[in-house]
Design a protein around this ligand. Structure first.
Ligand code: PLP
Length: 408
């Protein structure tokens, strides 16, 4: 096993919190031991509270893409028309699953540095009253942009449609919850902003979506894609459809505990502040952000354009090998055009933005490119050291800095 990079500022998976890893090392118990079944019910209750749901969420036994595929397979009926909103790679990708299960997929796309306009969604629904399902990626990570989800949800709800949301890289890092945005299926992941590991999906499913899935003759059963199989798995008096990954459930429990203990608002505040510092640093270095405007820039990933004369891999490798900071490359349409600084879970520490900008500026210079490294660092630092920094009000921020000391 090669040594891990000293600081991992990736867009997921992220370095899990130490308490998550410690929990995962506990002995594996028999899944139908009543003690474990009771524990599992407690984990689902913690997830329900974090998601602010009025019904229990479902945990599926695979990382988030499983949940997204399961949402398509369960909710979309074979005669359905689906409106797929595309502002990036993940949104685009959902169209493939939607067309596997539905009759027709209509794509409403914007350039990958822009956000979906709710008025355009309303217009698309007006033109095609037969659209039954709308799918949207809230935060398309390869673009580092966010869509106005609550407004889109309100438009879809007025139309009477069902909305599937990929909130994998936003939930836990900002204020977004399924019922507040009228989502019918809301996919979240333990391995991004919750600081867990990549092995499970969390899904919020509305009661009307459950009714539609139960009515769908093609909804999977006896399958890892089955939402119905897992619907009641949270109940301590029900056996699991298959053995769940016990260590992953331990890890999720610890991640949810930590999220509640630190306080969601405090967690979101440190994600937002880290991203703000990173954006200020990128600009002061003389680089350009990928999102068209800061208003749509994600609080959990900062995506910037590569300067001319350097490849993404050369810059990524220099940052990692010489300066100890691992960042993410672009993906598909953004591959080769951008690099991405992740601010998710344990990596969402404002001071890490300063470190990232220092590493980026130094790497550019060492590769012979101009970079205002000192100005970049100063700009990032000015954001986090400002007198009105929101983290000044976070009582538990010291605990999270302590938890991350192992990373430095
Ligand atoms: C990380 C992520 C997923 C999970 O998919 P992987 O590509 O397997 O990591 C899904 N949606 C979004 C928006 C993500 O950022």
């Amino acid at each position: 096993m090669p040594l891990p990079p000293p600081l991992m500022l990736t867009t997921g998976p992220v370095t899990a919190y130490p308490e998550v890893l410690a929990a995962m090392a506990r002995p594996v118990v028999y899944d139908t031991d009543p003690a474990f079944q009771g524990f599992y019910e407690g984990v689902v209750e913690k997830a329900r509270a974090a998601l602010r749901l009025s019904n229990p969420p479902v945990i599926l036994q695979g990382e988030a893409i499983l949940g997204i595929e399961a949402a398509a397979a369960g909710l979309i009926r074979r005669d359905d028309v689906v409106l797929n909103l595309v502002s990036g790679v993940y949104g685009k990708g959902f169209g493939g699953w939607a067309s596997r299960h539905g009759r027709e997929v209509i794509e409403l796309a914007v350039p990958y540095d822009a956000a979906i306009d709710p008025a355009a969604v309303a217009e698309a629904l007006r033109r095609r009253p037969d659209i039954a399902v709308v799918s949207v990626c809230h935060l398309d990570t390869p673009s580092g942009t966010i869509n106005p989800l609550a407004e889109i949800g309100a438009v879809v709800a007025r139309h009477g449609g069902y909305m599937i949301v990929d909130a994998v890289s936003s939930f836990g890092g900002m204020d977004v919850h399924p019922e507040e945005v009228d989502a019918d299926i809301f996919c979240a992941s333990p391995s991004k902003c919750l600081g867990g590991t990549p092995g499970l999906t969390l899904l919020g499913v509305s009661e009307r979506a459950w009714a539609r899935i139960a009515d769908n003759p093609d909804a999977p059963r006896a399958s890892f894609l089955s939402l119905l199989d897992w619907r009641h798995a949270w109940r301590r008096d029900r056996p699991f459809p298959v053995t769940p990954s016990i260590p992953e459930i331990y890890g999720l429990d610890a991640a949810l505990e930590r999220y509640a203990a630190e306080g969601p608002e405090a967690v979101w505040a440190r994600h937002a502040l880290t991203a703000r510092a990173a954006r200020a640093g990128v600009r002061a270095l003389g680089l350009e952000l990928w999102p068209r405007s800061e208003a749509i820039a994600a609080p959990t990933a900062t995506v910037f354009k590569l300067p001319a004369g350097i490849s993404d891999e050369a810059l990524r490798d220099r940052m990692r090998d010489r300066f100890g900071v691992l960042v993410s490359l672009g993906r598909r349409e953004t591959a080769g055009k951008v690099l991405r600084l992740g601010h998710m879970g344990p990596a969402a520490q404002p001071v890490f933005a300063v470190t990232a900008i220092a590493a980026l500026g130094a790497a550019l210079r060492s590769l012979g490119l101009p970079a205002a490294a000192e100005a970049g660092v100063a700009a990032a630092l000015a954001v986090i050291a400002g007198p009105a920094s929101p983290t000044d009000d976070i009582p538990s921020s010291k605990a999270s800095l302590g938890g991350n000391a192992a990373l430095l």
